[in-house]
Design a protein around this ligand. Sequence first.
Ligand SMILES: Nc1ncnc2c1ncn2[C@@H]1O[C@H](COP(=O)(O)OP(=O)(O)O)[C@@H](O)[C@H]1O
Ligand SMILES: [Mg+2]
Length: 290
Amino acid sequence: MDPGAVVALALLLTRMYAPLTALATARVEVMSALVSFERVFEVLDLEPLVAEKPDARPVPAGPVSVEFDGARFSYPSADKVSLASLEEVANLDTRGGVEVLHDVSFRAEPGQTVALVGSSGAGKSTIAQLVPRLYDVDGGAVRLAGVDVRDLTAGSIRETLGMVTQDGHLFHDSIRSNLLLARPEAAEEELWDVLRRARLDDLVAALPDGLDTIVGERGYRLSGGERQRLTIARLLLAQPRVVILDEATAHLDSTSEAAVQAALGEALHGRTAVVIAHRLSTVQTADASW
Ligand SMILES: Nc1ncnc2c1ncn2[C@@H]1O[C@H](COP(=O)(O)OP(=O)(O)O)[C@@H](O)[C@H]1O
Ligand SMILES: [Mg+2]
């Protein structure tokens, strides 16, 4: 063989090795994919703790009141909400079952703003999670417009309620699509209108990509206050009949708190609202506090 043929042969041999080794590892990949599939299907097959009744009805039209009537609640223990296949590897927390809410009763009339003030760990966020029926109460009842939430359809509850939490969540997507989640058919002017009312229009207008700026986990970093005002803008766009604010201004400095406060004033106008705070400044304008 001449030198050229030897070099060519060596090169071709190495190129043959790569696919052969890939073929050898294919079995491992198929096996691990099967395991992952098992997990995925296990999650898909999971029975939700909260199920909609077959004869559930939508939230009645018109103004909505929020009512807690002797509500008792304890969080389900970890073994009730965890997956069987994960339990072998994880050491489950066996606590839980401790009653967090003991006989809670209050009422927010339609259009009224009710403040809920208490130290941390008192169960305020738990109350906020029971209104959209993320969990069911163990005793008593939670009612929207006088109807037990267990008799209402999940979709209509979601349409009725708007919530702003301490850490407003944004998806890794443009500002526009984050806003449109609230109302997909909203027009461009409406988006700018809610941004203006949330005191965020100047900031968005100054961004190089404007409404198409990608925000969220790996996108443009909005500050805590800006993120919160964006979730408020989303709330203004959705126009829910009931608004729940869970310590919406707790982590803000006084300048951004003033801006968020102004935006919240817009959000609460004419709506039934439950405002949760551990500082009284947030709730001074409330009609009643519990
Ligand atoms: N997901 C959960 N699972 C179990 N216990 C929880 C959970 N969330 C909160 N708790 C407990 O419920 C109690 C009330 O919490 P929370 O409603 O968050 O209080 P607050 O919002 O008033 O600070 C606390 O003792 C807390 O440890
Ligand atoms: Mg809380």
